[in-house]
Design a protein around this ligand. Structure first.
Ligand SMILES: Nc1nc2c(ncn2[C@@H]2O[C@H](COP(=O)(O)OP(=O)(O)O)[C@@H](O)[C@H]2O)c(=O)[nH]1
Ligand SMILES: Nc1ncnc2c1ncn2[C@@H]1O[C@H](COP(=O)(O)OP(=O)(O)O)[C@@H](O)[C@H]1O
Length: 205
């Protein structure tokens, strides 16, 4: 009986994608804070260096390239991609850890990651977060003050491609232009309402 109801309430994961600096982490951190016990973050692996304040195992699993490549070779990843000179990837464990708790698993991946996940059996809701313009994105990236000039330029280059590809029919369930943060958060909550309710009702019953 317990097993049957667990399967009925199993929520769909959520993929958040969009250019670097567009506000994905800001929005997902708000969801994690406002909906405790509802969402869980899929902690990706990366070869990039941690930024001040980032915690290994919480923001990312920070690895050197050799260690990460070994894990890729042994089939531990659902998807991986090279972005701005570093490897990023979603491990099978990262997703399973969240889903085993009955939580909505949030993945933050680039657009190549979206395409790889489409080939898996994950069946998530695909959300693209876009900036109002490339100029605003540049301001946000500079304002965040986490990247070197070279990294800002490579992120802006990737952003131009992302801003074009996000409108490809069928790629995303919704594209949210993150101009006003509160409005974007409202839209995001409303897309996820059904899954949020499934988990909240599951908690009550
Ligand atoms: N494919 C893939 N992309 C990822 C993964 N984790 C993060 N990314 C993407 O890598 C890019 C760079 O991430 P990061 O270095 O944290 O910079 P930020 O997005 O500007 O904060 C972003 O577009 C992320 O969405 C992952 O596991 N797989
Ligand atoms: N709607 C918004 N308006 C203005 N600034 C924003 C908005 N959303 C996010 N930001 C700021 O933009 C910067 C990049 O946001 P972040 O969440 O780190 O982006 P991402 O995770 O997509 O790389 C941060 O300094 C954040 O505070």
């Amino acid at each position: 009986m317990y097993l049957i109801s667990f399967q009925i309430f199993r929520p769909r994961p959520v993929v958040l994608s969009g250019p670097s600096g567009t506000g994905k982490s800001t929005l997902l951190k708000k969801l994690l804070k406002d909906y405790k016990g509802v969402f869980g973050f899929s902690v990706s692996h990366t070869t990039r260096d941690p930024r001040p304040g980032e915690v290994d195992g919480k923001d990312y699993h920070f690895r050197n390239r050799e260690a990460m490549q070994e894990d890729i070779d042994t089939g531990e990843f659902i998807e991986t991609d090279e972005f701005s000179g570093n490897l990023y990837g979603t491990s099978k464990c990262a997703v399973q850890d969240v889903r085993a708790k009955g939580l909505i698993c949030i993945l933050d991946v680039d657009i190549a990651g979206v395409r790889h996940i489409k080939e898996s059996d994950l069946d998530p809701i695909y959300v693209s977060i876009q900036p109002p313009s490339i100029e605003v994105l540049e301001e946000r990236l500079r304002g965040r003050a986490t990247e070197t000039e070279e990294k800002i330029q490579s992120r802006l280059e990737a952003a131009r491609i992302d801003m074009e590809e996000c409108n490809e029919p069928g790629l995303f369930d919704i594209v949210i232009v993150n101009d006003d943060l509160d409005e974007s958060y409202e839209k995001l909550q409303s897309v996820l309402k059904e899954e949020i309710m499934k988990v909240q009702q599951g908690i009550k019953s």
